[in-house]
Structures are given as C-alpha cells and as structure tokens.
Design a protein around this ligand. Structure first.
Ligand code: DQA
Length: 155
C-alpha cells in the first residue's frame, strides 16, 4: 500500500482560532480527518503530523523518507525563511507538494520569498482548507496515474 503523509508547520495547530479572516474557521483536526478519509477511501495509508519546531519537522521528513510515497507540506512561516527545510526536501528525494491556505503570493512582500516551492513537485494555495483537498487529489493522481481522480492544476 502506498503512503501519503502530511506535515503542518508552525502555528497551524491554532487553525480555527488563528486569524480566521485569513485562515478560516476549519480546525487542523477537521482538515486531517477529511484528508485521512479521502486518502484511505482511495486505498492509501495516511499519516499526519504538526510541529512548531523546524528540527522536529526535518527529523520527521528524514525518519519516514523510505516509507513515504509522497509528502504534502504546509511549512507555515518556514516557507519564507528555512534554508534547512528546503535542503531537507531536496535531500530526501521524496516527491513533496507544497500547500497553503492563503494566497501567499498576494499578501505581504515577505511572503513572496518562497524557499520551498522550487524543490516541490507542485504547489496549491489560496483556497483555504480546499488547498489541502486539491493537493491530496493531485498526490493521488500522481501515485495512481490510471485513477479517475480529478487532478487540479497546480498554481
Ligand atoms: C501559511 C502562509 C504562511 O505565510 C504563514 O506563515 C502560515 C500559513 C498558509 O497556509 O497560508 O503560517 O502557510
């Protein structure tokens, strides 16, 4: 069975209460539950983790690199700052899809600095919790190219 894992970075544990005008009211538990249902219904093993600590995220990506077919990652603020996370994604050679709730390219200028995107195979942003749905649909399509799953266009 192929395995899809999702990694959520700093502050995403506060989804639901965190700046709801930007990030919506859906909680991380709700997002993960929906992803888990979709992935397992499609025949994949699924795991999710969240950490506020860069090193823990990197350790997780390392630890599971030989038992993961694709990673989805919302690196949160690390998107804009972390050479170490970028180097990790490049090093592990597990296909990785970037996800953001908000449209990071059309917010503050500092969010347009993106150290992650070009080491990822695709990127989905700006659709709130729907960005995760799009990213998972894309992951499933990549892993099961003959499947009839809708495959949204990455940004
Ligand atoms: C975010 C966008 C980042 O700029 C921000 O630091 C986050 C959340 C998003 O999902 O829209 O923490 O990754």
């Amino acid at each position: 069975m192929k395995t899809i894992r999702i990694v959520h970075g700093p502050n995403l544990n506060l989804l639901g209460e965190r700046e709801p005008g930007i990030y919506g009211t859906t909680t991380l538990a709700d997002i993960d539950a929906a992803l888990r249902t979709h992935a397992t219904d499609a025949g994949f093993a699924f795991d999710a983790m969240q950490s506020n600590h860069e090193g823990q995220i990197i350790d997780y990506l390392h630890e599971h690199r030989h038992a993961t077919d694709i990673y989805l990652i919302n690196p949160g603020g690390l998107t804009h700052t972390s050479v170490a996370l970028r180097d990790c994604i490049a090093a592990i050679r597990v296909p990785t899809i970037e996800v953001h709730l908000s449209d990071v390219d059309n917010r503050e200028a500092f969010r347009r600095v993106n150290l992650i995107r070009d080491v990822c195979v695709a990127s989905f942003a700006g659709r709130g919790a729907g960005s995760y749905d799009d990213a998972l649909a894309h992951a499933i399509a990549l892993l099961a190219p003959d499947a009839t799953t809708r495959r949204p266009e990455p940004i």
